[in-house]
Design a protein around this ligand. Structure first.
Ligand code: BEZ
Length: 225
């Protein structure tokens, strides 16, 4: 993990392969400790700029609709913003109503209350362009995918003004889970069921044994196929 920890710049950016900090936080599911919450599951920790705002409401609504898809893949979702626990509880009712969910049903994943801004600052999840009424930067739309080994597998950082695509987040999880267990890479715009690619470090002779169903190669001017 790369540490920059001066008085003016207190961020500790996560790099691929870093063990995610086992932070403790208050959430709508109670006090949580990241590694215990994850157990043997994968995790997606994603931040949003603020409760009761339109893009965030629709984004968390979409994540809630897709939560069975994340569960099917053994992935636990966690949202986070710098709002209070009470605001998260109140707002999650709005999100459920926006989704036309049956009244009284529980919001399907925890929303972390980082109202002391400890996690957003530590994990570099702030958008300096978007400020709250007090001039403090809002949280950006950050996505961290964490593996069952608690290591960071993927991160994406969107500014507050650009909503995410949760279908894309599911797509990359499918790729991450496939490539964690198989010596393959997934090409551009890949979807489950499409062809995969042989990583360049596997020699052609070994690939022929690894993939007896056959490999397609194309001759190119460099001669490298
Ligand atoms: C929104 O969620 O609608 C939003 C939040 C911050 C900046 C822009 C949009």
């Amino acid at each position: 993990m790369q540490h920059r920890d001066t008085e003016t710049d207190r961020c500790c950016r996560m790099l691929l392969g870093d063990v995610f900090p086992n932070f403790e936080a208050d959430s709508t599911f109670g006090q949580m400790k990241l590694h215990d919450f994850l157990g043997d599951s994968w995790g997606v920790l994603f931040s949003h700029p603020g409760d009761f705002t339109p893009v965030c409401t629709i984004e968390l609504g979409r994540a809630a609709q897709l939560s069975p898809e994340f569960s099917k893949r053994n992935v636990k979702l966690m949202a986070l913003s710098v709002d209070s626990l009470q605001e998260h509880h109140d707002w999650s009712k709005d999100i459920m109503a926006y989704n036309n969910t049956e009244p009284g049903s529980q919001f399907p994943f925890p929303i972390i209350a980082d109202d002391r801004r400890e996690l957003v600052e530590k994990l570099g999840m702030l958008d300096p362009e978007e400020k709250d009424r007090n001039g403090m930067p809002l949280s950006a739309r950050c996505v961290f995918v964490i593996g069952p080994d608690k290591k960071l597998k993927l991160s994406i950082l969107y500014p507050a003004t650009t909503g995410r695509n949760f279908d894309e987040i599911l797509r990359v999880i499918d790729s991450l889970q496939l490539t964690a267990h198989n010596r393959v890479a997934t090409p551009v715009d890949w979807r489950p069921g499409n062809s995969v690619m042989v990583p360049p470090r596997i020699p052609e002779t070994e690939a022929a044994t690894l993939f007896p169903a056959g490999i397609y190669t194309k001759d190119l001017p460099s001669g490298k196929k």
